[in-house]
Design a protein around this ligand. Sequence first.
Ligand code: ADE
Length: 224
Amino acid sequence: MRIDILTVLPALLESPFNMSIIKRAQDNNVAKIVVHDIREYSTNKHKRVDDYMFGGGAGMVIQVEPVHRCIQKLQAERTYDEIIYMTPDAPTFTQKDANQLSLFKNIIIICGHYKGIDSRIREQIVTREFSIGDYVITGGELAAAVVTDAIVRLIPGAMSDISSALSDSFQDNLLAPPVYTRPEEYNGWTVPKILLSGNTKEIEKWQLEQSIERTKQIRPDLLQ
Ligand code: ADE
């Protein structure tokens, strides 16, 4: 799978993809993440890509032309399954979206910055929009990193044990059960006995009960 990310701040995306599972996925050639600097597609001699809002108001807007030029160049090279825009005024990104997007071959993710991008890109080009939650962060870069990570870790070959991804929180609308590792006792704090019993069936039953209980307590909305 290939993910092309368009941003005015490429430096913000340098480190998140160079570690852990996301790095392994790229090393194993199951994912390719390419970051594009929108400024390189500016025709302005100062490489400017933003301008004031029509109608007035505080804050700058990323111009339509450099974003469109970058997308046109990419689309001339390959076909894209989705062109995604990260913005707080969009449906919240969920595990279901990550599962679905992980099956695609090529996607583009556009990061907003300042007041966002010229809405004509959203109206004419973008096929999906996602928010990562009901709060505003400085730009879409960290949001794009979150979405990219959630997608790439699901691609076969990214994780050494894919069954680990299937037991994540949200995969079945339940939060994950608590987990423990050695030592069995630390500082007088013990591990639930059932986990040491070796009885796989009983352990799975306990884990499911814990998941349901935790979901009821912490995220009852998921059970509806
Ligand atoms: N850009 C700024 N805030 C955001 C959010 N919550 N989700 C996605 N993109 C954003």
